[in-house]
Design a protein around this ligand. Structure first.
Ligand SMILES: [Fe+2]
Length: 170
């Protein structure tokens, strides 16, 4: 997935925030959260595409687990977007960004269940790395609300990887 940094830059909102978080911090973390938002959207869509298209002996576990995951991710997207708003920025949810996020041709191709799992795991890992960096940044600025939110999300993604891998473990 290619997401251009510039298109993810959150727009400044027009109200003042005087809660002890600097303007530059709020701008930077909102930009990072916007990337996490886009990655979470992309993973939601990918999980749903695999939920529909998986075939074979692993149909049931993959079909069911991906449904749990896209439901969780869909709810999380709203929480992440609303955190960006509470930090005083607008979410970069333009139509063009959505097209970029779902512009992953591989997800629509016929691929094996094992390859689906590997692809999902690698997307979860990618968002985990981004979140871990963001948690570090939030911690340095005592932004405990963002830290807590992302820690909870990190827990979900790490569990998701464990469960996905367990399906194809020997
Ligand atoms: Fe379904």
């Amino acid at each position: 997935m290619n997401i251009h940094q510039t298109s993810l830059k959150p727009e400044a909102s027009n109200f003042n925030v005087n809660t002890g978080l600097s303007n530059s911090y709020r701008e930077n973390i909102s930009e990072t959260l916007s990337e996490i938002l886009a990655m979470s959207y992309s993973l939601t869509i990918k999980s749903q595409i695999y939920h529909w298209n998986v075939v074979g002996p692993l149909f049931k576990p993959i079909h069911e687990l991906t449904e749990e995951h896209y439901n969780n991710l869909f709810a999380a997207i709203d929480v992440i977007a609303e955190r960006i708003r509470a930090l005083g920025h607008l979410t970069p949810m333009h139509q063009s960004l959505v097209s970029k996020m779902i512009g992953n041709d591989e997800a629509g191709d016929e691929i094996t269940p094992e390859a689906m799992i590997e692809d999902l795991v690698s997307s979860h890992e990618e968002v985990i790395r981004k979140m871990r960096d963001a948690i570090g940044e939030a911690g340095k600025s005592s932004d405990v609300v963002t830290e807590d939110m992302l820690t909870e999300r990190l827990n979900f993604h790490e569990q998701a990887i464990w469960m996905l891998r367990a399906i194809i473990a020997n």
